[in-house]
Design a protein around this ligand. Sequence first.
Ligand code: SF4
Ligand code: SF4
Ligand code: SF4
Length: 244
Amino acid sequence: MSKTILIDTSRCTACRGCQIACKEWHELPANKTYQVGWGSHQNPQDLNPNNYKLVRFNEHLDNGTIRWNFFPDQCRHCEIAACKETGDMYIEEAIIQDEKTGAVVFTAKTKGFNKDQFDEIKEACPYNIPRRDEKTGLLSKCTMCNDRIHNGMPPACVKVCPTGTMLFGEREEMLKLAKSRLTQLKKKWPEAQLVDPDSVNVIYLLIDKPENYHEFAAVESNLGPMSKKQLFATLARPFKAMKG
Ligand code: SF4
Ligand code: SF4
Ligand code: SF4
């Protein structure tokens, strides 16, 4: 049974404690950032090799009322990980999935992927998560803090969240909690929904349409490309092995 993170966005205040905790635990350096000129308090503007976690800000009009949605974005640790399926075609075990936790982890071997192979891996991910360090070639993303989990600790971002937005535990337990919270939130927010709960181990609970958080918040908005990429990865694998 894998581990799961539940992210109840209805409780998120965009304090960014999770974003900072992630950088601290993984000893990721600061980025040079700016806010002037692009009309958002979100910072930095996108995930990058130094930010495995990014609290995304979305401001939009809803029937004349301004709504401000916050989305703490990270890898979903998919049950069937398209990044791994694609990566395995070129370098076995560069991307691994921990059987005990379900965490999908990019190893140091990912430095061996060339730029075109990285582009394929990135495009295969329906949530637009993988990033590449241009200097070292290393691919990076959230690790689910797999090292902490194996030492009996929750992920760093979950540990510091002060509002109860982020919760962590056994998959069955988190799914049960997610469904119960969804029932509560539906009463006030009819659009409330769980994002792709059957296929990921980082489950988002939204109270607005996915596109009102982030372009890649849910698979539904990317179903075409994802299906094609996954199909390609699955079909191409035996041919690559034969050529091999
Ligand atoms: Fe891989 Fe993307 Fe799924 Fe993360 S979200 S496991 S990077 S396919
Ligand atoms: Fe960062 Fe760990 Fe949270 Fe992933 S689980 S976003 S690596 S702190
Ligand atoms: Fe939201 Fe919690 Fe992250 Fe703060 S620490 S931004 S409340 S998820």
